[in-house]
Design a binder for this molecule. Structure first.
Ligand SMILES: [Zn+2]
Length: 225
């Protein structure tokens, strides 16, 4: 099991290959941010146990295959656990990719395998879920959300940004990892959303792909300032 301690007390990155997921410490256990690829449930549960807690909540940035892959297996093994995704992204969890009239009309990209697990909560922009502030960051997918831990300023950005080889726009990853760009639905909207994250002055940024960025606000300013 590979853990990377990103903040001693609050959050741990579980590195399982192509995509990241995070255990965020709460008073009653952990909130898991994203569920990576399939087949990883046992390792994620073991990681929480080794860190001395249980997973109480699952929070999803978006419904792409490499972020919800182990959701059903986790849900089956954890039993009662809250599952949350944005209101707009929730239909993608059951493979309804239809667009709303006020949205860009190009087809969402990337893999949406769906899940049998149904969310217990659907999130709106600005609400608090556990200790995490929910921020609408549409563009990569129509209902993509990012989450800010206001206790220590860590931003869990999912695929609103990418951090392979340093922090990048999701539509401008390094040539050797084109996945996030290929799977982005609307590049202009993704740019607007990522720029909006500047307002939150995140101390650190934890993305869906790549390394932990410890000087978040500085790196965001370099990209968008
Ligand atoms: Zn994605």
């Amino acid at each position: 099991m590979k853990f990377i301690c990103i903040h001693k007390d609050l959050a741990q990155l579980i590195f399982l290959g192509v995509s990241n997921c995070y255990l965020v410490r709460e008073r009653d256990g952990f909130t898991l941010v994203d569920c990576t690829i399939s087949g990883q449930a046992a390792k994620i549960i073991q990681a929480a146990q080794e860190l001395g807690g249980s997973i109480r909540r699952i929070l999803l940035t978006h419904a792409h295959v490499d972020h919800i892959g182990s959701l059903d297996q986790l849900h089956a093994q954890l039993g009662t656990v809250d599952v949350a995704i944005s209101q707009r992204e929730a239909p993608f969890l059951h493979k309804d990719l239809s667009l709303r009239p006020n949205e860009p009309q190009q087809k969402p990209k990337g893999g949406f395998p769906g899940a049998t697990t149904r969310p217990t909560h659907t999130l709106t922009d600005g609400e608090l879920f556990g200790s995490l502030r929910c921020i609408a960051t549409p563009g990569h997918t129509p209902g993509h959300f990012s989450f800010l831990d206001e206790r220590d300023g860590t931003l869990f950005a999912g695929d609103a940004l990418t951090s392979i080889g340093g922090l990048h726009r999701v539509t401008a990853p390094p040539w050797y990892f084109p996945l996030t760009k290929m799977a982005t639905w609307d590049a202009a909207l993704a740019e607007t959303s990522a720029r909006r994250l500047l307002e939150y002055k995140p101390k650190a940024i934890a993305t869906g792909h790549g390394r932990f960025i410890s000087n978040g606000a500085e790196e965001l300013s370099r990209l968008f300032g």
